[in-house]
Design a binder for this molecule. Structure first.
Ligand code: CTP
Ligand code: MG
Length: 393
């Protein structure tokens, strides 16, 4: 019996009110996976699907129109369930032919049940056990709380004696019918069928369950139905910038002021290294260059700290799903000598990017007296950024 008559109230918000057992999974509604797994076991002779009364006919029609390859290969019937899980089981049992000796009750919300587990339950039932259920030792310590004040602990249960139980649960069909009839007008509905057998004094045997056999219950469980997120796409971006020496604006490199160096002419603070870096980041995100985002003509940007512009670039990049993995930079200047500043600049760039120091590299070189850097007229910088970009962004 595959139970699919619940309303999935704990998931209603995440699924816009749809009941979880009808979520698409592998090209069919979720409940179908359980039916297929049960049909794989030679011990299962037929399947009762229990649906909310309002959709029973529509679901039966949908199953009948599934492609031939999806045929269960064993008889099935769709019946209407009730208000509580216990009612749904009782109504389902009424549709099980009286000649059937054993019945397995399964929650459609556990689509990862394996055919091996179904077989183990059947094998244990064949040894004449009236009730067989899968269970796992618990890892959390479980507290019993006060009935009237649930924020207070009443008792700590001994963990080594606790088992978290799953479905499918297997039963002697006649005994289970009887147990359900007896429990019919009880006060609190049972959350599993074994509890009703226990109440009748029947021994309930536990066999090992499966950790994968989780019940889709809360919003975070939905990720299990969606499959792994697509792998992020590796990408890289290149940045290059030049500044002419002159004036008295102090030379900033990677957000560090280089004392005693020639000044630079620039609209912003003239940090040639951060400018190359920002262009490289924008390159990774396919977002153009800094000139497009921060035009020279904008008076608000006059003298602005490049570290502030970098913050804005990082915001754009994270909006584009970018995660920076590594940065490699080269500064080219005849003067000043940069080696003494290298570690300080590297650490500051790592800090501004929120990266570890080993994700950032900085090199410095001269151009052997050649060209404008060689003549001491200016400074240039290259930056290469490697990143991962979330698919779809
Ligand atoms: N179920 C059922 N009939 C009911 C209630 C529940 O057939 N009246 C089924 C559910 O469809 C599910 C299984 O029992 O496959 C286990 O119940 P649960 O995970 O509690 O599902 P829901 O009751 O649907 O969800 P919720 O408790 O969050 O409302
Ligand atoms: Mg429920």
């Amino acid at each position: 019996m595959v139970l699919a008559a619940g309303s999935g109230s704990r998931l209603a918000g995440a699924l816009q009110g749809r009941a979880k057992q009808f979520e698409p999974f592998d090209g069919a509604p979720l409940y179908w996976r359980s039916a297929q797994v049960f049909a794989q076991s030679g011990a299962v002779g037929g399947i009762v699907l229990v649906f909310p009364g309002s959709v029973r006919e529509a679901e039966a029609a949908r199953i009948a129109s599934l492609p031939a390859g999806d045929d269960l290969g064993i008889p099935w019937i769709a019946v209407a369930g009730g208000a509580q899980r216990q009612d749904s089981v009782r109504l389902g049992l009424a549709a099980v032919p009286p000649t059937v000796r054993h019945v397995l009750i399964h929650d459609a919300a556990r689509p990862f049940v394996s055919a091996a587990l179904v077989r183990r339950i059947c094998a244990a039932l064949a040894e004449d056990a009236p009730a067989v259920i899968p269970g796992l030792p618990v890892t959390d310590t479980i507290k019993l709380v006060d009935a009237a004040a649930p924020e207070l602990v009443a008792e700590t249960l001994p963990r080594h004696r606790l088992r978290a139980v799953q479905t499918p649960q297997g039963f002697d069909a006649a005994l289970l019918r009887e147990a359900h009839e007896r429990a019919r007008d009880g006060d609190a509905p049972a959350t599993d069928d074994a509890a009703l057998m226990e109440a009748c004094g029947h021994p309930v045997r536990i066999i090992p369950g499966e950790a994968e056999n989780v019940k889709i219950t809360n919003p975070q469980d939905l990720a299990l139905l969606r499959g792994p997120a697509p792998a992020p796409m590796p990408c890289s971006g290149l940045g290059y910038d030049v500044h002419r020496f002159g004036g008295d604006r102090p030379l900033m490199l990677g957000g560090v002021e280089i004392a005693g160096a020639p000044g630079v002419l620039a609209h912003s603070d003239g940090d040639v290294l951060l400018h190359a870096l920002m262009d490289a980041i924008l390159g990774c995100a396919s977002l153009g260059d800094i000139g497009q985002h921060f035009p020279d003509s904008d008076p608000a940007l006059s003298g602005i700290s490049s570290a502030l512009l970098l913050d804005r670039v990082l915001e754009l990049a994270s909006g584009a799903g970018l995660e920076i993995c590594h940065v490699d930079m080269t500064l080219v200047a005849q003067k000043p000598r940069l080696a003494p500043w290298r570690e300080e600049i590297r650490a500051n760039v790592a800090r501004l990017l929120g990266l570890a120091r080993n994700q950032v590299n900085l090199k410095a070189t001269t151009e052997e007296g050649l060209g404008f850097t060689g003549r001491g007229e200016g400074i240039k910088a290259w930056a290469l950024v490697s990143a991962a970009r979330k698919a779809g962004d």
